[in-house]
Design a protein around this ligand. Sequence first.
Ligand SMILES: [Zn+2]
Length: 421
Amino acid sequence: MSDSLLITGASQLLTLRGRGARRGDALSQLGIVPDGAVLVSDGRIAAVGPTNMVEKLAAARKAEKVEVAGRVVLPGFVDSHTHLVHAASRAEEYELKIQGASYEEIAKKGGGILNSVKLLRAATSQQLKRRARAALETFAAYGTTTIEAKSGYGLDVASELKVLSLHKELSAEQPIEIASTFLGAHVVPLEFRGKANGPKEYVKLLTDWLIPEVASNGLAEFCDVFCDRGAFTRGQSKEVLTAGLKHKLIPRLHAEQLSRTGGTQLAVELEAASCDHLEQINRTDIRALAKSDTVATLLPGCDFHLGLKQYAPARKLIEAGAIVALATDYNPGTSPTMSMPMILSLACTQLRMTPAEAITAATINAAYSLGRHNRIGSLEVGKQADLAVFEVEDYREIPYYFGVNTCWLTLKSGSVIYAAA
Ligand SMILES: [Zn+2]
């Protein structure tokens, strides 16, 4: 088999070419090439442009050919916020929520994140891996080629290390790239609750023991905290993230999902890679994000699944000049989906983002939040050949068909990782 591949005949080839992260009007610029082609060599992009030009290149003549016949080609989606490894669904809580119980009421009764913690601690690595691998195949089937994955359902030393080790094993064993994040500060585990100093002791376990252990074993690139009502305060979050920074773990935050805690200000202060959720942010937070390089990652799947009406103020963030990204937040409690196209549909209808803005947010801006924008997130010469082909003629049809999978082919570093039957 040839190590080069020539993809021709894209009705629209979305290159997303240009400088890294996009703000404001630049979110709408997809760099579309009509009747486009991509030449892939040794897993990288060797040429991009109109089919009649690329196919004339000497290297193109020797390449294996894939004619996509009027479909849309774009960079593989980068899903910059997932909780990949977990033991089971929480479908029973889904039903309770429909019947009127709130996310927080369920959490108080030992449901929610603590429910997932109980199940994960009891599960074997093999069981967890089997479920994660199936999910990764589904991600690929919806055009995603890179994900971020967080721990945070272990919340004790052994279980957190078990999950982070699985990130590493899964990265080596299957094609989707995984950026690993330590989220020991997801919630305070049950055994630390109910005593006065419990939360303080747990934060100490994270800062003095787990973070150094995670960093010295190279098990994570990022350190995350859930800075919200019922989870960690701004002060505790700062302690955890600062300890992470000392060990070269880059900060990310879950902030202002349920209440406004000042997490966004903290993210900006610590120059976090990303600040995620943001349903409850105010004007000051928007301005702070706009002036910073911290990515505002919006997770509309969460609000949709929980049936909430208040989505993050995407338009205000874009108009102010923040770097906006979109992610699935794939997790068993609040966003059980691996479908980035569905997230694009929600971004369009609920966040009032245009299809172009949503695609930029789910590719190059998400890649930027993972520090990978020089390698992935756009189709440019020298970059990794991570791309998705959709069975549509116009890119706007990707979010337009909601709940329908129009992904036709997914390539990771030039190799096919998904092909529609
Ligand atoms: Zn999350």
